[in-house]
Design a protein around this ligand. Structure first.
Ligand SMILES: NC(=O)c1ccc[n+]([C@@H]2O[C@H](COP(=O)([O-])OP(=O)(O)OC[C@H]3O[C@@H](n4cnc5c(N)ncnc54)[C@H](O)[C@@H]3O)[C@@H](O)[C@H]2O)c1
Length: 310
């Protein structure tokens, strides 16, 4: 029998998970609703539950109109698009899909760090331009290189686990982690400066907060001694993008993979700075989105909603 609770979904969800939810609740699904703030703010008053990804801005303006709302399901993990403080004060439960896309992100970090340390984007560009750059571009191996992980939570740990299997030495910075209990994650807790000084690859796995905004900037790049590869799959605003491009152009870093950006989709002001032949990989916020993770994330949130309302 159907529960009478009403659920609104404003971004894409896995089809099977949606069908399961439909059997149990009264569901409205419109994956373009995240782009229509006015419509969303008009109809939200009728719903007990809202399911979003990262495009729906769940701010206090919207929440003030959500008089029946008791549960927000986040199909992913970053909560920077949701006013958590308002939710806490108004008894609205916010449920991220913790860990459900960690494997996808870790695979992205491993594959992009491998590609960039081997200069694959540069070889590709030279080859398709008829230059055959077999001896002009030098690449190196990943084994025994230092990987610095900034933010050692669910994804940071998964990246450490995957990368140590490829022979990397792992350093991690996270002031909220006092010790590493899992012996299988062979990682040394380090200061931020040690990471900047020693790393050949730096991967960022932080939430976007007042503390982490613009955390990696000109002064951080100046401390990087080994011209590392920079990988950001967390949130764009954590790295200063202008300083990053400048650091690359000055040869302070030797490549970068960005899956997240200060403005998404990226604008010409930014992408015009990216030239063919640069050792970089840019992707449209997909590191956590694979067929498998979409199923895991969606099923997880559907189960949490079912438990919550039954
Ligand atoms: N691109 C994508 O598709 C994608 C997918 C999943 C997650 N993400 C992003 O990755 C982030 C990390 O995800 P997670 O599941 O590992 O989160 P998590 O909460 O498990 O881990 C975050 C870690 O960062 C640490 N931290 C917080 N503030 C810090 C600071 N100032 N300095 C150093 N460390 C600090 C925390 O102690 C925590 O251990 C998310 O917040 C999200 O924004 C992106």
């Amino acid at each position: 029998m159907k529960n009478n609770k009403k659920i609104l979904i404003s971004e894409f969800i896995n089809q099977n998970s949606l069908e399961n939810l439909n059997k149990k609740f009264d569901v409205k699904y419109d994956q373009k609703l995240c782009e229509n703030k006015i419509e969303l703010e008009t109809i939200i008053k009728d719903y007990d539950c809202l399911i979003v990804r990262n495009k729906t801005q769940v701010n206090s303006n919207m929440l003030k109109k959500a008089l029946k709302l008791k549960f927000i399901g986040r199909l992913g993990v970053g909560l920077d698009n949701i006013d958590i403080e308002y939710c806490k004060n108004n008894n609205i439960h916010v449920q991220p899909a913790t860990g459900m896309n960690a494997d996808s992100v870790a695979e992205y970090v491993v594959s992009s760090s491998m590609s960039l340390i081997k200069k694959i984007p540069m070889f590709h560009n030279g080859t398709i331009n008829g230059e055959w750059p077999r001896t002009t571009i030098k690449s190196i191996e990943i084994k025994q290189k230092y990987l610095g992980i900034i933010g050692f939570g669910t994804i940071g740990k998964k990246v450490a686990e995957y990368s140590s299997k490829n022979g990397l030495k792992i350093l991690a910075y996270d002031p909220y982690v006092k010790e590493i209990n899992n012996k299988e994650i062979d990682t040394k807790l380090s200061s931020l400066n040690e990471i900047y000084e020693k790393s050949d690859i730096i991967s960022i796995h932080l939430p976007l907060t007042d503390e982490t905004k613009n955390m990696i900037n000109k002064s951080s790049f100046a401390l990087m001694k080994n011209k590392p590869i920079i990988i950001n799959t967390s949130r764009g605003s954590i790295i200063n993008e202008i300083d990053l491009i400048e650091a690359y152009n000055k040869n302070n870093i030797s490549g970068f993979a960005l899956d997240v950006f200060e403005k998404e989709p990226i604008e010409s002001e930014f992408y015009n700075k990216i030239k063919p032949g640069m050792n970089c990989i840019l992707t449209p916020h997909i590191s956590g989105v694979t067929t498998e993770s979409n199923i895991r994330v969606s099923d997880f949130i559907v189960k949490k909603i079912t438990d919550f309302f039954n």
